[in-house]
Structure formats: structure tokens, C-alpha cells
Design a protein around this ligand. Structure first.
Ligand SMILES: [Zn+2]
Length: 290
């Protein structure tokens, strides 16, 4: 099962680089099967132990016994994980973050692993590969609620991104001192909706010309930002902003590469749905004549 690695894979597996968050092919893979070492083919993880951490990389709370070795990372802080059989760099392992009952997160690069579906799953049609989009447009309650309405959107998660602080709380982000913005992580089916369509909808539900926040919410945590995952999204985002500028809008939205995303506290998720109300108080859909 040994195979040639691409330069990109070699960079991750042998030079311990990290792939950009939300760009790997297995971030949203929910199918049943086994994950193997891309370098030597040793089985490493089972799909039953994979969970959605929202961080942007495949996450597992357990490994196949003996398959994964731990080493102190060169940064002196983190714990690196490697394939026991061949030493391939997989990522890092974190304890005590509280995502699952086992309280462990193996944060693994998609480029370090290969996936094979379970035999019993054969004959079941392949579900489409899902994609990610991350937008910040002020209060995430409203952005989440309105992005959910787009056909082809599979899930929307409210959270924090763009800053340095690990695992920030709402109170910390609200201080405006962490560098994070309130943002949403959208998982969508690219066979049903294009990134461009999502992006246009995002621009139609918030005031992208406001430079100091969104509506009455003033502060760096409410700024308008698009976090692109991969070059393709970056190009589409630049084109979309150029279109708006050609229409005479002064666009305040910043374009940034996607970075680690932190899921917000549970009470922020599906906020308006839980309140049983369909109208948001902060965001409204105003169509643009594209
Ligand atoms: Zn290996």
C-alpha cells in the first residue's frame, strides 16, 4: 500500500507542516470506514471515533490501539502524533478540551491519511463531498440564522475566529481584546450551491460598508470578514468584492485566510430557532442586483 507522496504531502508528513484549516479532504467526511497512514498504509483511526470539533481539521477522540505514537513537539508545548509504523507526521493531540467524553482530540492533517469505506457500505451511493465557508458579519445569531436558509447548506455553527487566544469564551471575545470576530462556519454541498452564491447571500444579509462593527454592535469583534479556505474561494471572494465596488459600494469587508475556528457556547447555537422566532433582530435580507 506504500505509495508516492506528492510534494504537498511530503511537506506535511516529513517536514511536519500543517495544512490550512478547512481545506483538507476529510474535514467533513462522515462516512463509515477506516483511516490509514498515507505513507505506509497502516490503519490509524476508525470513523466511529471521528467527531466534529469545528476546528478545521479531522478530529478523533481515539486511535486504533498502538497505531499512533506521541512525542513532545519541537515547540516545547504541544504533543506531536506520528504513525507508529513509519514515523509519518499526523498532527497533534490535545487533552482536556471537553469536546467528547474521552476528552481527547487527535488533530490530524487530511494529507497524512487515506480513507477507505467499510465493505458493508458498498452499493450505498457516495454522498457528495462537502465544503466549508467561514463568514463574519456581526452578531453571529443573525448571520447563522439567515445563512441556514440557503438551499445546499448542510449546517451552520456559530463561533470565534481570527484571534490568537485558544478556546475563547463569549465574554473574552466581547471585550474586543482577543482579536477574534463572531463568525459562522458553514458546511455546504457544492453540488447544490456554489461558494459564490453563499458569498452573495452573505453580502445581502449584512452591511458590508460599515467599518466599525455591525449595526448597533460596535467593536473589532463585529467586523465584516470573509475567511477563505483555499485559493479558489479567495479568487471568488475578490471577484465578488470587485463586483460590489463596480456598483459603487465602498466595501469594508476584509479577506483573510481561514484559521482555527472555535465553536461558541451552546446557547449561541440556533439562537433564533430556540427562541421560536423566524425574524432576527440584527440581520435582514436585502437583495442586491448582481
Ligand atoms: Zn505510516
Amino acid at each position: 500500500m506504500k505509495k508516492e507522496l506528492t510534494d504537498f504531502e511530503r511537506g506535511i508528513i516529513e517536514e511536519r507542516k500543517t495544512e490550512a484549516p478547512f481545506t483538507g479532504e476529510y474535514v467533513n467526511n462522515h462516512r463509515d470506514g477506516t483511516y490509514y497512514c498515507r505513507k505506509c498504509g497502516a490503519p490509524l483511526y476508525r470513523s466511529a471515533d471521528k467527531f466534529d470539533s469545528a476546528c478545521g481539521w479531522p478530529s478523533f477522540d481515539d486511535e486504533i490501539e498502538g497505531a499512533v505514537a506521541r512525542k513532545p513537539d519541537a515547540d516545547g508545548v504541544r504533543v506531536e502524533i506520528v504513525c507508529t509504523a513509519c514515523g509519518a507526521h499526523l498532527g497533534h493531540v490535545f487533552n482536556g478540551e471537553g469536546y467528547t467524553l474521552k476528552n481527547i482530540r487527535h488533530c490530524v492533517n487530511s494529507a497524512s491519511i487515506d480513507f477507505e469505506r467499510e465493505k458493508s457500505g458498498e452499493g450505498v451511493p457516495e454522498s457528495g463531498v462537502l465544503a466549508n465557508a467561514i463568514f463574519a458579519g456581526g452578531c453571529f445569531w443573525g448571520v447563522e440564522h439567515l445563512m441556514r436558509k440557503v438551499k445546499g447548506v448542510v449546517s451552520v455553527t456559530s463561533g470565534y475566529t481570527g484571534g490568537q487566544l485558544r478556546n475563547p469564551s463569549y465574554q473574552q471575545v466581547k471585550s474586543g481584546q482577543t482579536g477574534h470576530v463572531e463568525a459562522v462556519w458553514i458546511v455546504y454541498d457544492p453540488s447544490e450551491v456554489e461558494y459564490r452564491t453563499l458569498l452573495r447571500h452573505f453580502f445581502e444579509i449584512h452591511d458590508f460598508t460599515q467599518t466599525d462593527g455591525q449595526g448597533p454592535d460596535i467593536g473589532s469583534q463585529y467586523l465584516s470578514k470573509v475567511f477563505w479556505a483555499g485559493e479558489e474561494q479567495r479568487v471568488v471572494a475578490e471577484q465578488t468584492i470587485a463586483e460590489l465596488e463596480a456598483m459603487g459600494y465602498k466595501v469594508a469587508t476584509e479577506l483573510r485566510p481561514a484559521v482555527r475556528f472555535w465553536r461558541a457556547e451552546e446557547y449561541h447555537q440556533k439562537y433564533f430557532i430556540k427562541k421560536g422566532q423566524d425574524e432576527t433582530e440584527c440581520h435582514f435580507h436585502k437583495p442586491i442586483n448582481w
